[in-house]
Design a protein around this ligand. Structure first.
Ligand SMILES: [Zn+2]
Ligand SMILES: [Zn+2]
Length: 342
């Protein structure tokens, strides 16, 4: 099969690998669509602490089952869990050890031996990908593979909202209007928010947020705070940029919460006022990947809660992976996807 292969940081190309066969508990998926995100940039740049090389990237994907391992139970469970050849699925890419303290206490996303398809084992920027059957979720017929490849980022946003746990009537500020910002804005709009504001430097992305029905869009957070001096109940940073996170902190209302959702470089540092955290009772939260939120994301997409058209801007063939990466790096469009079979 053809696959994108990252041999080492900075060295990538499209090459050939043997067609995969499933181990007893695995499925082989013919990849329909695979999204690219900042994680893939980190792997190519060599600043992902988890990545192993050589690696086939690709962790946001959907496709069709073409081979089923001998141990995968046939015909048990509900219609939603039966995996046979021809079943259309999306796949949760995170792999947990099951043995560590965190796996054994319901915090699998914090696993000490955290691994992931497309990061530590070969992913879906390829014609085929092998996955544990337990990680596959059956897709409803109406969802295209391109839409379903958004389930992984949606499931991360759902976990973020679970961490934030907003109250009805809360006001939101979302800093960053890329794919994750646009998904979080939609979840916020549906959460009983009385106001959802979005900040980004990219005016095209802001226009997309506006189309989704957010209350206001802004390029300058300081100007926004002149009009909203008390700040917002729930502020979500989706940029992972230190200065933006400091700006987001300044926009948290007394008694409010800051969710650090964007992925900052591991060596980045921010400057926060501990006095303000104490005196204004500010809660600072993190949100790491997915935790029992993948099925919820399938359901949210199935019932039309999330507008996907606003995010699905670009689809390219496998050979264009380097171009796709450059687009993501330049912030062009919103979600760039690879269609390995055209
Ligand atoms: Zn991703
Ligand atoms: Zn573990």
């Amino acid at each position: 099969m053809r696959a994108v292969i990252i041999d080492a940081p900075g060295s990538m190309g499209v090459g050939r690998l043997p067609d995969p066969t499933p181990k007893p508990d695995e499925l082989v998926i013919r990849v329909g669509a695979c999204g690219i995100c900042g994680t893939d940039l980190h792997i190519v740049d060599g600043d992902s602490p988890l990545a192993r090389y050589p690696i086939v990237p690709g962790h946001e994907f959907a496709g069709e089952v073409v081979a089923v391992g001998s141990n995968v139970p046939p015909g048990i469970g509900t219609r939603d869990t039966i995996m046979t050849v021809g079943t259309r699925v999306a796949v949760e890419p995170n792999l947990y050890c099951g043995h560590c303290e965190f796996c054994r206490t319901g915090h699998e996303n914090l696993c000490l031996n955290y691994a992931a398809i497309g990061v530590t084992v070969d992913g879906a920027c390829a014609e085929y990908v092998t996955v544990p059957a337990t990680k596959a979720y059956v897709l409803p017929e109406q969802l295209s593979f391109r839409e379903a490849a958004l389930i992984e980022p949606i499931s991360c946003a759902v976990h973020g909202m679970h961490r934030l746990n907003p109250k009805s009537g809360d006001t939101f500020l979302i800093v960053g209007a890329g794919t994750m910002g646009l998904i979080l804005a939609q979840l916020a709009l549906r959460s009983g928010a009385t106001k959802v504001a979005v900040v980004d430097l990219n005016t095209q992305r802001l226009q997309r947020a506006k189309k989704l029905g957010v209350d206001s869009i802004h390029t300058d957070i300081n100007k926004l705070l002149e009009d909203e001096p008390l700040g917002f109940d729930c502020v979500i940073d989706v940029t992972g940029v230190a200065s933006a996170i400091e700006g987001a902190f300044a926009a948290v209302k007394r008694g409010g919460k800051l969710l650090v959702f964007g992925v900052a470089p591991s060596e980045a540092r921010i400057s926060l006022s501990p006095f303000r955290i104490y005196n204004d009772e500010i809660t600072v939260l993190g949100s790491m990947a997915v935790l029992y939120s993948f099925g919820t994301a399938v359901n949210l997409l199935s019932c039309g809660t999330i507008d996907t058209a606003v995010m699905l801007t670009t689809a390219l063939p496998l050979e264009d992976f380097p171009n796709a990466l450059s687009m993501v790096r330049r912030g062009e469009g919103v979600k760039t996807q690879i269609l390995p079979h055209g």
